[in-house]
Each structure stands twice: as C-alpha cells, then as structure tokens.
Ligand binder design. Structure first.
Ligand code: 2DT
Length: 212
C-alpha cells in the first residue's frame, strides 16, 4: 500500500455445514488478529437483528412458514442491507471475518426442491465479493458425532448432506479448504497464518463484485 494511505481491510468469509466449527474458528481468529493489533470485526449472516433478520430467525426456529423462494430472497436482502456498511468498513481499513455469506445462501436453498444453483445465485450478484472463502470441510457423519444437530429447521442429516453436495459443486480453485476434523487448536493455527497472508495480499487490490 502507498504510505500515508490506509490499506483496505480484507473480506474473509467462512463457510461449511452446521457443526463444522465455523463459529468457534471465526471467534478464535478475531481474537488472534486483535492480539496482533489488526483492525478487525466479526460479522455473521443471517444478521438476525435487522427487520429481515427477525423474520428469518422466526422461520429458522419454525415459528413462521414462508415460501422457499421468498425466504431465499429474504436471506439475500439481509446481505444487501449490510452491503454499503461492508464496503465502507473495508475501505476504512477494517478486516471483516464473516460467519456464512452468499454461498450458504445458495447451497441451503438449492438443497430444496425447485431452485437450482443458478437461480439461487442471481439475487446475490453485485454484492461485495469475499477476498477469500475459507471452507471448513467436515463429513456429515463426523458433524453428527459432535452431538445431535439442534432444533432449527435445516438441522437434519439428509438436508445437510445435500447442502454439502452443493458446496462441493460451487467450490472453485480459489477456495481455501480446511480439514475441519482435526483438533480446534491445529485448525486455528492454520487459519491464522492463512488470514494474515490474505490480509497482506489484498491490501492494495480492489474489492471485487460477487458473481458478475
Ligand atoms: P446459523 O445462524 O447457525 O449460522 O444458521 N442460511 C444461512 C440460509 O439458508 N441462507 C443464507 O443465506 C444463510 C446466510 C444456514 C443459519 C441457518 O441459515 C442457513 C443455517
């Protein structure tokens, strides 16, 4: 980066099936980066605090029934609500560590009937694109050994199996795939090294646009 200018922050997204350790690892990474004095924030999608997020929360907890297409668009709208703030924070030099983003949006919806991956990608095209997708890869059988899935709508073995298939279909060469079956500390160490590298390498590259 040019001296005197703030290097932009990195936009690092974590993806994976339920129970893969995303939440633990994103929290660990944020703490590790903070202790290195990196300007960093944790975000997660869906953001259940906004107007759309409240409907999504109720849907996930089986409190309300919604058409599959409609809820897909709500998840996307929930990201669009944050798009401006994401661009501003990155430009101001804040690195964002994100627990799920548009790839979860596509892979969960496309696991239902009647919506394919292409259809599901369309509403998210134009969002800020991640500088890196870190995929925590875990077989569903191993995810289930971590204890029963919870009570939410999508936390079922057959559904999660379809979601994992979809992630494997969407994966590109640029994804960083992490073997999530290993001990938490080993994974956290690998991710910290990876994240520092990503933060350095994107500082003087423009932020890209998703799926355009
Ligand atoms: P958690 O809050 O436990 O991550 O669960 N999902 C998520 C979608 O179906 N579409 C989306 O766009 C996103 C971001 C994944 C949230 C659940 O919602 C699913 C699990």
């Amino acid at each position: 980066a040019v001296s005197g200018m703030t290097a932009r922050g990195a936009f690092i997204v974590f993806e994976g099936v339920d129970r893969c350790g995303k939440t633990t690892q994103t929290q660990r990474l944020v703490a590790a980066l903070q202790s290195r004095k990196v300007d960093v924030e944790l975000c997660r999608f869906p953001d259940r605090t906004t107007a759309t997020g409240k409907i999504i929360d109720s849907y996930l907890k089986n409190g309300v029934e919604l058409d599959d297409h409609a809820v897909h668009l709500l998840f996307s709208a929930n990201r669009w609500e944050s798009a401006q703030a994401i661009r501003k924070k990155l430009a101001a030099g804040t690195t964002l560590i994100v627990d799920r983003y548009a790839h979860s949006g596509v892979c969960f919806s496309a696991a239902k009937q009647g919506m394919d991956i292409e259809w599901c990608k369309a509403p998210d095209a134009g969002l800020p694109a991640p500088d890196a997708v870190i995929f925590l890869k875990l077989a569903i059988a191993d995810a289930m050994k971590r204890g029963q899935f919870g009570e939410e709508r999508y936390e079922k073995q057959d559904f999660q199996t379809k979601v994992l298939d979809n992630f494997m279909q969407m994966k590109t060469d640029s994804w960083r795939v992490i073997d999530a079956k290993r001990p938490i500390d080993a994974i956290a160490e690998e991710i910290e090294t990876l994240a520092l590298d990503i933060i350095n390498s994107c500082a003087d590259k423009p932020l890209e646009t998703l799926w355009k």
